[in-house]
Design a protein around this ligand. Structure first.
Ligand code: UGA
Length: 430
């Protein structure tokens, strides 16, 4: 099939490469000429595990192209996917739909023959109606169906998730459009669940899923607080909870709160939608407030453990392991908060230092490796769940530090080993 993808970000690029690998002819469009130039020069504009290989292969074999020219991508396409950003509005926290609407307006002029326009970006319930109205107004003769095709890829695992989806949700109000999507995703038949629902249900499924996962993380963090007071151990509690298949083991890792470009944005947007429809989503509102407060509490916990002149070493700045992304990163927010109390903080992250520098500037010092960050430190604080940190050489770490204190806010180190080496070790939920 001929596919046009509008937007070459964390959703558009992996989806484009994945669909090309399935044998489709894919053209990705973006407005930023520097991005398209780099992609056309064979240079990836973002890091995703496994993307580089797919990108090179499919470009080489002629199934994946990049252009600034919307017309050449959309004309003759069977499916046009909108994968542009929906950032939170700074004041209202609602999803800002200006890029979606601009894309709809522009693509409408180039539609020829029957086309399915699929919204992949996370958009508030009812956006499909708006997109349809914009396209019909601009091009009344267009033979088009607008559908919702929510994306469930995780950053850092986008290629893995593309080829191993838990489900493919198709929000189409037309049988013809549904047929096109089933054909496009036919290679996944028998390997995943297909769920065809109405467009608004599909738009809701995306928000309801992210909000549920955010609540699950908040829940385990709340249980961790409870365990700290009651004498239980959150790691054991999470294990016991997760073994109930109705609850499930995933997303029960306690920590400093969730972050990233999706959960904070989508929970806020969902709460706003609840207000708009006059049905307050109190669980989600509580989750947002508690998750925000948690980062301050965690910073306070560190500051309380040391005196004002102590050197604080920090491992981890990215919002989770496996990415260089620091958007809404709890780690970064905790470091910013700690920097209000201490001018002696040294940070390290395997991938996110460059991005973090743009925000933290000279308020902290930057180390080139984990052990260098810990040199002469009075406390080490772990804020991101990087595999490298899980495998840290604790004896070497001890030899570098001045005082042997670890605050592991991701519960990733081996507590027994750390204590046996003489560290004063603390984590969350114990
Ligand atoms: C999330 C969803 O997991 C994807 O399914 C969805 O497609 C994506 O948002 C999106 O809407 O685009 P992502 O933001 O990449 O994916 O990150 P997650 O792996 O879900 O982690 C989010 C945050 O929760 C991170 O800060 C992570 O450290 C934290 N987390 C996760 C925990 O604190 N505990 C856990 O048990 C799991």
């Amino acid at each position: 099939m001929k596919i046009a993808i509008i937007g070459t970000g964390y959703v558009g690029l992996p989806t484009g490469a994945g669909l090309a690998e399935l044998g489709n002819e894919v053209v990705c469009v973006d407005k930023i000429s520097e991005k398209i130039e780099r992609l056309n020069n064979g240079e990836l504009t973002l890091y995703e595990d496994g993307l580089e290989e797919l990108f090179r292969k499919n470009v080489r074999e002629g199934r994946l192209r990049f252009t600034l020219d919307m017309g050449s991508a959309v004309r003759g396409a069977d499916v046009v996917m909108i994968a542009v950003g929906t950032p939170p509005h700074p004041q209202t926290k609602e999803a800002d739909l200006q890029y979606i609407y601009a894309a709809a307006e522009e693509l409408a002029g180039y539609l020829d023959g029957y086309t399915v326009v699929a919204t992949k970006s996370t958009v508030p319930v009812g956006t499909g109606d708006e997109v349809e109205a914009i396209i019909k107004k601009r091009n009344p003769a267009a033979d088009v169906d607008v559908i919702s095709l929510p994306e469930f890829l995780r950053e850092g695992f986008a290629i893995h998730d593309f080829f191993n989806p838990d489900r493919i949700v198709i929000g189409a109000n037309s049988e013809k459009a549904k047929g096109v999507m089933l054909k496009l995703y036919a290679p996944f038949e028998g390997k995943t669940h297909f769920l065809a629902v109405n467009r608004k249900s599909s738009e809701t499924i995306k928000y309801a899923s992210n909000a549920f996962l955010a609540m699950k993380i908040h829940y385990i963090n709340e249980m961790a607080d409870f365990c700290e007071k009651s004498g239980a151990d959150i790691n054991e509690v999470a294990q016991g909870l997760g073994l109930d298949s109705r609850i499930g083991r995933k997303f029960l890792c306690p920590g400093p709160g969730y972050g990233g470009s999706c959960f904070p944005k989508d929970t806020n947007a969902m709460a706003q939608m609840g207000i708009k429809y006059g049905t307050h989503l109190k669980l989600i509102e509580t989750t947002i407030a508690e998750n925000d407060a948690r980062k301050k509490k965690m910073a306070q916990r560190v500051v309380n453990a040391v005196d004002k002149t102590a050197k604080i070493a920090v491992w981890g700045l990215a919002f989770k392991g496996g990415t260089d992304d620091v958007r809404e990163s709890p780690a970064l927010q905790i470091v910013e908060e700690m920097a209000n109390y201490s001018s002696n903080i040294t940070v390290y992250d395997p991938k996110a230092v460059d991005n973090a520098k743009k925000i933290l500037g000279s308020s902290v010092s930057y180390a080139n490796d984990a052990y260098q960050a810990a040199e002469n430190a009075d406390i080490l604080v772990i804020l991101t769940e990087w595999d490298d940190f899980k495998k840290a050489d604790l004896a070497k770490l001890k030899s570098k530090m001045r005082l042997h204190q670890i605050m592991d806010l991701r519960n990733i180190l081996n507590e027994a080993e750390a204590k046996a080496l003489g560290f004063a070790y603390s984590c969350v939920g114990k």
